[in-house]
Design a protein around this ligand. Structure first.
Ligand SMILES: *[C@@H]1O[C@H](CO)[C@@H](O)[C@H](O)[C@H]1NC(C)=O
Length: 316
């Protein structure tokens, strides 16, 4: 009896430990429209948003505030079939620091019917755009069927990406990374845009607008971090504790098992792209493998930001 109780208690502790009780934001209080006019729709509940992509334009939103570190999360349901549109949930300060921006990305790379979505994570620090640190994964569910939670946790020396509370990647700041670790305040963004030229199988499959509009649904947006005054970038207002930065051992076991099963690409293992892997990579030579299909690995390069600017020009 006591034993059963103990098990129940530990299950409860686990569940409550890994799920967050952070407050869900009302859209208008914390976000603004970025581009795509009516292709952004805030639902009546005030906390859910539809971002759609059609032949005319994609759409996107951004946080009012700049954040230095914190917990940033959204439940997202992705559009199905022939998208090649990229849905991105990311942090950036590219509009403030054109030459030396920072970025932390979740990118959903589109799909074709019957094929699984791939998701990508990446970071840039202080303009390190010549060193992509991309990883790509499959998921253990179909992200078009339902909402799933995608989370970025960012602290002074760890960045952790989560899917439904499963840690999928941890980036530890190392001395040798230098400025490549994101360290300046950033804005949180969510966008959908046409990335036909690279996203799905390296551009082999384009967005098929016969099936448009493609709608990415967002809800349960959580922003908990230290907000920064945009003028005096130094004054911080924090509503989250910055302890527990690293991953607890049990979550690390889960993360390792996820990565073994679902990681399809890691820059650390891409010997064609990096003859010498970036300094933070710990590569076991036995594990190092060439990407299976190098043709299909195409990366975004710099045009993400440009695309936003174009769209901004078009819509204002
Ligand atoms: C970031 O880049 C700027 C401009 O290129 C440079 O002056 C600065 O030292 C860099 N910071 C770090 C931490 O590397």
């Amino acid at each position: 009896m006591d034993y059963l109780l103990l098990i129940l208690c530990s299950i409860f502790a686990l569940v409550s430990g890994s799920s967050t009780t952070l407050q869900i934001s009302s859209f208008d209080e914390v976000f603004s429209h970025l581009f795509g006019d009516n292709n952004l729709q805030v639902l009546k509940d005030g906390k859910s948003v539809h971002l759609s992509l059609d032949r005319r334009t994609g759409s996107g939103f951004l946080s009012h505030d700049l954040y230095l570190h914190g917990f940033f999360s959204a439940s997202i349901k992705l559009p199905a079939y022939y998208t090649a549109g990229v849905v991105a949930f990311y942090m950036s300060n590219g509009d403030i620091y054109e030459k030396n921006h920072d970025e932390i990305d979740f990118e959903f790379l589109g799909n074709i019917r019957g094929k699984e979505w791939k998701i990508q994570t990446n970071i840039y620090g202080n303009g390190s755009t010549s060193v992509g640190r991309e990883e790509r994964y499959s998921l253990w569910f179909d992200p078009c069927d339902d909402f799933h939670q995608y989370t970025i946790r960012w602290s002074q020396d760890h960045i952790i990406f989560y899917v439904d509370n499963v840690a999928i990647r941890e980036i530890k700041r190392t001395e040798s990374m230098g400025g490549d670790y994101p360290s300046k305040p950033m804005t949180l963004y969510a966008t959908i845009w046409d990335a036909s030229e690279w996203a799905t199988n390296g551009g082999k499959y384009k967005v098929n607008y016969k099936y448009a509009p493609y709608i990415a649904e967002f809800t349960n947006l959580v922003l908990h971090g230290c907000t920064v005054d945009p003028i005096e970038l130094l004054s911080l207002q924090c509503d989250h504790e910055t302890s527990s930065d690293s991953i607890v051992p049990m979550d690390r076991v889960k993360m390792e098992s996820f990565r073994k099963k679902h990681m399809k690409y890691s820059y650390c293992q891409d010997q064609i792209r990096y003859k010498t892997p970036p300094s933070e990579c710990v590569v076991d030579p036995k594990e190092a493998k060439k990407p299976k299909n190098i043709d299909s690995i195409t990366f975004r390069g710099h045009h993400h930001g440009k695309r936003h600017q174009q769209s901004r020009l078009e819509s204002f």
